[in-house]
Design a protein around this ligand. Structure first.
Ligand SMILES: [Zn+2]
Length: 251
């Protein structure tokens, strides 16, 4: 019992850090999802240049695009997206991008400004566009915000991809974005996206098994940053506290 629980806690801690520091969730099996099948990879000069706001989204693009894309993230790893200010060096690639992907909402608001600033004509995919928080999350957020120290209005919590079902939506949107800018390889992008989605589903099933080993009354979650309401709702965890309610604020 204990080692499993400890493992889960470590896992949550690592993902919590990754979620907000932009380090990204490691793929279930590194490297296995990035090799496109069928079509030979074009020379690097012909790769589709893709720019993502955060490293985690660049990881998704790589899984879908494989050798057909050249992807980079604007935000360096280890940075807090909420308070980040891009430098000219960070956005240098943006001007030549054929496809730009970012989360939207309060996660990476600087991205839209930068796309405009460099006069980008890229196809833009806003990964969280139109996604609706499950009703239990809306209530949970209100409850957390009632705590005395809280006065911020976070709007819609933007961290949708930490629910695996939403992560799959992100991956599918990336595949459609790539298919739009590079229709010749549309089938490859869709096949890669489907394979990556299967990996996410397998991971999800494994995670549910692990959480099932925790007695129901102890399925409680405390996170550093308020990035996990969708994760908690998906896995039936009760979000009982957040250390830093809004970015940059002292605990
Ligand atoms: Zn965040």
């Amino acid at each position: 019992m204990m080692p499993v629980r400890r493992l889960l806690l470590v896992g949550l801690l690592v993902s919590a850090l990754a979620a907000c520091r932009g380090a990204g969730m490691p793929p279930a099996s590194p490297g296995s999802s990035v090799a496109p099948t069928g079509t030979p990879a074009p020379s690097s000069g012909q790769r589709v240049v893709v720019v993502a706001s955060l490293p985690i989204f660049a990881t998704m693009v790589e899984a879908v695009g494989g050798d057909l894309v050249e992807v980079s993230a604007v935000m360096p790893p280890g940075t807090d997206p909420h308070t980040y200010q891009p430098t000219p060096r960070d956005v240098a690639k943006l001007a030549e991008a054929a496809l730009v992907v970012y989360n939207g909402g309060e996660l990476d608001p600087w991205m839209e400004r930068q796309i405009e600033a460099v006069g980008s004509r890229a196809q833009v995919v806003v990964l969280s566009q139109g996604l609706e928080p499950p009703p239990e999350v809306t209530q949970e957020e209100e409850h957390l915000n009632e705590t005395p120290a809280a006065e911020h209005d976070h709007g819609v919590n933007p961290h949708f991809w930490l629910d695996p079902d939403f992560a799959i939506v992100y991956v599918q949107r990336i595949a459609e974005g790539l298919a739009t800018v590079d229709p010749a390889h549309a089938e490859t992008y869709r096949a890669n996206a489907e394979r990556y989605a299967s990996e996410i589903r397998a991971f999800d099933a494994w995670a549910k098994e692990q959480i099932a080993t925790i007695p129901p009354e102890r399925r409680k979650l405390v996170t550093f940053h308020d990035a996990f309401p969708y994760f908690a709702a998906h896995y039936g965890l009760e979000l009982v506290g957040v250390v830093i309610l809004s970015p940059g604020r002292e605990p």
